[in-house]
Design a protein around this ligand. Structure first.
Ligand code: X8Z
Ligand code: ZN
Length: 632
């Protein structure tokens, strides 16, 4: 999430609804003030509601929304920041109140924007009106009390997720420790225990009997009612409308992209299952079944890097571990963030402002509840950018720091645009910026910055590609199915009784995984993933995987790189920085294909760059899998 209309973080607790992603059609970037229909000094101030609205009325309305958004957005962001970094009764109360007001106003504006539907306006104004219509992440119906109820339910779900307590071996264990354990423990019984206990939280009742599951069902009802009032089929259709195309066309676009990269996943799945079978035997990992979800090295089986040592190709295991190197070189959270900053600086971006260092939260405070899920914030529509992370010194968080900084550099790049356009070209773009940089963290780069002494020779490339695939390729079907599930929930295809069944159907169909034990309808396993109680849309991360490689390929071409894509690092290329910035500074002021073209020259999202990148690994996996019966 982000400051769309309202300053909100990317990836932060979305317990509060916000005015959200900008989409819609339009070509020019003109602000109302400079466009043909800018309000003249003599424009009538109080047009009667029922009189046919004029272009000047529309311009006045847009200016009013921009002003309110700018002012309220900063207030809202500061309240949200305090709550996310200090969760308690009072900050929950404050954020619920601010969220209620934001939703009420956002819905009022979205309804009002419809008045101008029939005007033939300049493209930039039309685009702003569409942004206003889509601006509320989860709309409440306009009847009195509904926005407050929705805000209350969302705050409660988000806080319950972040603060839910889990006991293991007689001790209360921090959630982040459990996440780490899923990547380290290799005892199936223990893994099953941790996995199962994590998923008790969404069905554990508070003192008033509310669970994340019961609150989720309430949220769905309210948000759907609100979305229908605004003219969308349901809240899912509203979320799918943020991509400069028809919602159905967007769903088809996701499937098209998945079709491009699915062969990579299928080969990886087949190979990893066989390796797990060797480790655990036929009883635990039968070769013709979906893989047990708790064995894949991650709480949600969304990335499988926890298994890197198990799957390393013989003779090509990477000769270094980035985690070990970070520790051996005395890195702490701040040094990791500084390292990320200096990558962006090498591309020509200005250093982060002093306030970033003063105000960010980069390690977990010992004395209070915070939202540990990493996020990046822009609090004042300008330079007050920050990240919030409970950083550990390891390779995963090294990557996540780059991810979060990508959000901050994007936010700063588009700060001169209208507040209505201060967001990503589409959600996928925002998530892909830092991830593109991560692909430039090659052995050559690590050697250049002194983190490794020797650059491994090309015989180790397969091992490095395998590690990258355990992260990016493994993620693809999870990235896709999260919102497929939500779309089914919002459309009514799934009900609270079938939430869990529908979830596991998709998990099996797309990921080829199964739960370690039967999961009846009393459970709510999707609620064990941050973005579900947090209401953060997830299609953005699937798209980011695709865009990350597309951006990387374009960047390497700009840098004049001619070798294989996985060896390319654009560190230090000012030419890449300048072209990258040309895309970033547009924000959402133009339809996303224009932003994509500004950097890559292409107007289509395209999975073929990802396939190119992994081609040597794909060839190798196909050889390894020969004679195996793949699939599930
Ligand atoms: O939520 C995030 C970021 C914040 S925007 C840390 N990610 C997704 C996740 O953790 O599930 C990044 C990758 C996918
Ligand atoms: Zn993010």
């Amino acid at each position: 999430m982000t400051k769309r209309h309202l300053a909100r973080p990317f990836g932060a607790l979305a317990a509060v609804s916000m005015l959200a992603l900008v989409a819609a059609c339009g070509q020019d970037t003109g602000d109302a003030e400079t466009s043909a229909a800018a309000p003249a000094a003599s424009a009538p101030e109080n047009t009667a509601e029922d009189a046919a609205p004029t272009d000047a009325d529309a311009a006045n309305f847009i200016a009013e929304v921009e002003k309110w958004t700018r002012d309220f957005g900063e207030y809202y962001a500061r309240i949200s920041w305090v709550q996310a970094t200090y969760i308690n009764y009072d900050t929950n109360w404050l954020v619920t109140k601010a969220d209620t007001e934001a939703t009420e106003k956002g819905v009022e504006f979205a309804n009002e924007a419809k008045r101008f539907n029939d005007l033939d306006l300049p493209a930039g104004m039309r685009r702003k009106l569409e942004a206003i219509k889509l601006g509320v992440n989860l709309p409440a119906p306009s009847r009195p009390g509904a926005a407050a109820e929705l805000a209350e339910v969302n705050t409660r779900m988000g806080a319950a997720y972040e603060t839910g307590k889990i006991e293991l071996d007689g001790e209360m264990v921090p959630r982040s420790d459990l996440e780490v354990m899923m990547g380290e423990v290799r005892d199936p019984a223990k893994l099953q225990e941790i996995w199962t206990k994590w998923r008790e939280v969404p069905v554990t009742a508070d003192a008033d009997g509310n669970t994340i599951k019961s609150d989720y069902a309430k949220m769905v009802k309210l948000a759907n009612e609100g979305a229908r009032e605004l003219g969308y089929a349901d809240a899912g259709a509203m979320w799918r409308s943020r991509y400069d195309m028809d919602p159905d066309a967007f769903a088809a676009e996701m499937d098209r992209l998945w079709g491009q990269v699915k062969p990579l996943y299928d080969e990886l799945h087949c190979y990893v299952r066989a390796e797990l079978n060797e480790e655990y035997g036929d009883d635990v990992v039968p070769l013709d079944q979906p893989i047990r979800a708790d064995l894949l090295g991650n709480m949600w089986a969304q990335t499988w890097s926890g298994l890197n040592d198990l799957v390393a190709p013989e003779g090509a295991a990477p000769s270094y571990s980035l985690t070990d190197q970070l520790v051996a070189n005395g890195y702490d959270a701040e040094k990791i963030v500084k390292t990320g900053e200096s990558f962006f600086s090498s591309l020509g971006f200005e250093p982060l402002p002093e306030t970033f260092w003063e105000r960010s939260m980069i390690t977990k405070p010992a004395d209070r509840e915070v939202a540990c899920h990493a996020s990046a914030w822009d609090l004042d529509w300008a330079d007050d950018i920050r990240i919030k992370m409970c950083t550990s010194v390891n390779a995963d968080d090294f990557r996540t720091v780059h991810h979060e900084l990508g959000h901050n550099y994007y936010q700063r790049a588009y700060q001169d645009k209208s507040v209505l356009f201060q967001t990503g070209a589409n959600g996928g773009f925002h998530e892909a910026i830092g991830d593109m940089i991560s692909l430039s963290i090659t052995p050559e780069y690590l050697n250049k910055i002194g983190l490794i002494d020797e650059v491994p020779d090309a015989s180790k490339d397969l091992g490095l590609l395998m590690n990258e695939a355990m992260e990016g390729v493994a993620f693809l079907p999870f990235g896709l199915l999260m919102d497929k599930w939500r779309w089914e929930v919002f459309s009514g295809e799934l009900t609270p009784e079938t939430y869990n069944e529908g979830w596991w159907k998709l998990r099996e169909q797309y990921q080829g995984i199964r739960p370690p034990v039967a999961r009846g309808s009393q459970y709510f396993d999707p609620g064990g993933k941050y973005h579900i109680p947090g209401n953060v849309s997830y299609e953005r991360y699937f798209l980011a995987r695709i865009l990350q490689f597309q951006f990387h390929k374009a960047a390497c071409e700009i840098a004049g790189w001619e070798g294989p894509l996985h060896r390319c690092s654009v560190y230090g290329s000012k030419a890449v920085g300048a072209r990258f910035n040309a895309m970033l500074e547009l924000g959402a002021s133009e339809p996303w294909p224009e932003a994509l073209a500004a950097f890559t020259g292409s107007r289509e999202m395209d999975g073929s760059a990802m396939v190119d990148y992994f081609q040597p690994l794909l060839d190798w996996l196909q050889e390894q899998n020969e004679g195996r019966s793949c699939g599930w």
